[in-house]
Design a protein around this ligand. Structure first.
Ligand SMILES: [Zn+2]
Length: 134
């Protein structure tokens, strides 16, 4: 478990904007080159416009020129898991055995794998391009 990554996720959680649910989330990603990218959840009065901390961190990583998630730490009030949308987005840039550390539960941080949370991810290998687009 990467203690610095957990600390950075906790710091990002402090910056969460969650006035509607009160469920504050911080995410920290270590990319393949060793850099850390963080995100906080950003809620919106139009609930569908809400952004999750994990996807913000992934977006920061992509805009910083990285493409591979080596590890993710997620800080919540209860050790909660990423939502289904975030697991799908994460699966685009992570391997099945990528470690996800869930922080905030009563028992302390827990490490799980991406495949453990999302065993049947829809992967890019399942999408084949053809010249006709069909
Ligand atoms: Zn999410």
């Amino acid at each position: 478990m990467d203690e610095e990554l957990i600390r950075r996720a906790r710091e990002a959680r402090e910056h969460a904007y969650a006035p509607y649910s009160g469920y504050r989330v911080g995410a920290a990603i270590r990319s393949a080159d060793g850099r850390v990218w963080t995100g906080s959840n950003v809620e919106n009065v139009s609930f569908g416009a809400t952004l999750c901390a994990e996807r913000i961190a992934i977006g920061a990583m992509i805009s910083g020129g990285e493409r591979v998630v080596k590890e993710l730490a997620l800080a919540t009030q209860d050790g909660g898991t990423p939502c289904g949308i975030c697991l799908q987005v994460l699966s685009e840039f992570a391997e099945e055995d990528t470690e996800i550390v869930l922080d905030g539960g009563a028992g302390g941080p827990v490490a799980v794998s991406l495949a453990g949370l999302f065993p049947q991810a829809f992967r890019s290998a399942q999408v084949r391009r053809t010249e006709t687009g069909s």
